[in-house]
Design a protein. Structure first.
Length: 343
């Protein structure tokens, strides 16, 4: 059984490198499934995080975690929910230390996957599942949102935040999204979202304060933060985000290396606000609460089937070309939602 894994980095700033590993065939427990992968969407944390997690572990390679769609080829003795031939979708944590989503076959528990209809395109759905899981983590686990809460989502009609905007709207939240031009504003109207169109991100906080009656929003989800003053990337600055927050607000960020110092941290303190980090789905701890994860899978499948949510695939790579793709410098810096498909 062949799989692609990350070589354990020797130092925090090392470029990631990948290798093909010949793993032994999965040994099934009583409630396990053997799944042949049809499509997968790996989620790879920065090398600095990988180095921290695995530096002291006695292993040469690290599995690629992420989401997958596949067909069951074998079941454990006590499996009741599935049969051989069923198609399933699920998420595989890289902390399992054994299986990679970029492989022919994996083993997983029957309580960590959901049944998927054969009419659903596996590649399109696995990308949607990846974004949907992060959206639910951001909204429910980190944001602790409730109906009628207000939320500001930067680049809320662009990937990867579009799924978050749509799900937040369906939950009954007042959703504000930043837009870059009239075309994006029209798209926001299509999704019944309140758009904040501005040529300068520094103007967003003023418009949010005006729209909310000087209260601010309950939750802010960014799409990265301008940490080094790089205006070309059109990312908000820390102070602009904090100004948008109301009392007891929650700032949820995708910027893994974000640090706060005065006066930013002082303003956050004065608002009794908090900051949380959206983890890569491959590091998500949702599997510790299997019932919650299964409900989320079912909800994402339902949203996909009724056309509410569908992620855009930026790059599709066949299994035979996977290692060549990984050998390029930082391939995931250039592509979001890279989907690997079997031949």
């Amino acid at each position: 059984m062949k799989s692609i894994k990350i070589k354990k980095p020797d130092e925090p700033n090392a470029k990631p490198s990948y290798t093909v590993v010949n793993d032994s065939a999965p040994i099934l427990g009583e409630h396990d499934l053997r799944v042949r992968i049809e499509a997968s969407c790996p989620s790879i944390p920065p090398t600095s995080i990988l180095h921290t997690l695995y530096n002291k572990r006695n292993m040469n390679s690290i599995p690629l975690g992420g989401e997958f769609v596949g067909k069951i080829t074998q079941i454990g003795l006590d499996v009741k929910r599935f049969k051989v031939g069923d198609r399933v979708a699920g998420s595989l944590s890289m902390l399992n230390e054994t299986y990679s989503v970029c492989s022919n076959v994996i083993a997983t528990s029957e309580y960590e996957v959901a049944k998927l209809d054969y009419t659903i395109n596996p590649g399109k759905f696995v990308a949607t599942l990846s974004e949907g899981l992060r959206a639910y983590v951001a909204l429910h686990v980190l944001g602790n949102v409730k109906r009628d809460n207000s939320i500001l989502i930067f680049d809320g009609i662009r990937q990867p935040n579009l799924a978050c905007s749509v799900i937040a709207k369906k939950l009954g939240l007042q959703v504000f999204v930043t837009t870059r031009d009239s075309e994006e504003t029209e798209k926001a109207i299509k999704y019944a979202l309140q758009s904040i169109e501005s040529s300068k991100l520094s103007d967003v906080s003023g418009k949010i304060i005006e729209e909310t009656g000087e209260i601010g929003v309950d939750v802010v989800i960014d799409n990265g933060v301008d940490v080094f003053g790089n205006k070309d990337k059109r990312l908000p600055e820390k102070i602009d985000i904090i100004r948008c927050l109301g009392l007891n607000g929650r700032w949820i960020t995708r910027q893994h290396d974000l640090q706060l110092d005065p006066p930013d941290s002082s303003l956050l303190y004065m608002k009794a606000a908090s900051i949380s980090y959206i983890p890569p789905s491959s590091l998500s701890s949702l599997s510790a609460n299997k019932g919650t994860q299964l409900h989320i899978f079912d909800e994402i499948i339902s949203l996909y089937q009724d056309g509410s949510v569908e992620a855009s695939i930026m790059k599709t790579v066949s299994w035979k070309d996977a290692l060549e793709f990984f050998s390029n410098d930082d391939p995931f810096e250039r592509f979001e939602n890279v989907v690997f498909v079997s031949e």
